[in-house]
Ligand binder design. Sequence first.
Ligand code: NIG
Ligand code: FE
Length: 382
Amino acid sequence: MSSTVFDGIGLLYTADPIREEIEDAALVVEDGVVRWIGRSADVPAADERVDAEGRAVIPGFVDSHSHLVFAGDRTAEFAARMAGERYSAGGIRTTVAATREATVPQLAATTALLVIEMTAQGTTTFEIKSGYGLTVESERRCLEIAGQFTPETTYLGAHVVPPETTPDDYVRMVTGPMLDACAPHARWVDVFCERGAFDEDQSREILAAGIKAGLRARIHANQLGEGPGVRVACEMGAASADHCTHLTDADVAALADAGVVATLLPGAEFSTRSPYPDARRLLDAGVTVALATDCNPGSSFTTSMPFCVALAVREMRMTPLEAVRAATRGGARALLRNDVGTLREGAQADLVMLDAPSYVHLAYRPGVPLVAQVWRSGRRVV
Ligand code: NIG
Ligand code: FE
């Protein structure tokens, strides 16, 4: 059993509501777990020492929404959008065609590179969805690949109806043989509830089938326009409703009442040149907000949580504190995890040391690589 003390931390952001920020802080890690947190002056002895030299430390980011298993390229689609085209759900089919053609080693290699990018930017826990295979075998293998990288795997067979079938036949497949093949490899079930993808009844049916198979629900809701997604999430006990870009007052109240996390994905609004969701409205109503990257080749090709934090502060009326909280504890809440996303005694020792005196710099110095060191379960990974 060896222990490490991190001391000389100018500002420790713990994300723990009991003592959320500590100046001149230290923490002790033992066996991958945080054992002690307090002021540098009071720190107990440990076997090894890491001197933060006045820098800030925060919990590793929890990216609760990503689509990392895919093949192909949609650079031209992005460029066309920046020249004035609109984003639509249909672009997903381009990636589906490429993903079906790719081999397992190719898909795993692409995913691994994106995971390396995430880690380098301070993400220590992340979710990965399927959703670019859309056949029984292809969805299953995408989930198997995702499972090599994270326990937080999500079955998103209901991403869009593939061109070779009809909506009715496809929903039967997603709730039948595809679910049977995928459920053993997934923790979560998700559906893209949106015009051009799946409607309210289909979404309910798909989530209900997943829940019956032992999965927990999350949903892509209200991204491109107002719609039933958030209501479905609240009525079906989903852990999180993701996107939440276009909400009615009733949607906001329902999220607050049901305790469903609103996961905001500002990379998608950035990359589709769309209006950002109003996080202030959700926070003021008492909704728990999470921030995630939505990393995917179509609507948000970023792995960077610091970028999302900066966007949230500048474009979504969040304070730097609220944005960092949403990117750590909020993401953990969206995944129903209480062992990550906060630094407190007993939590997993996932921490990020910033080349900055405060987490505020994540928004104050946008685009600057401030992640200096990353530790996951007490092991240095960056
Ligand atoms: O979360 N909204 C649905 N799925 C992705 C986009 C997928 C794509 O365009 O390839 C998203 O934004
Ligand atoms: Fe998504």
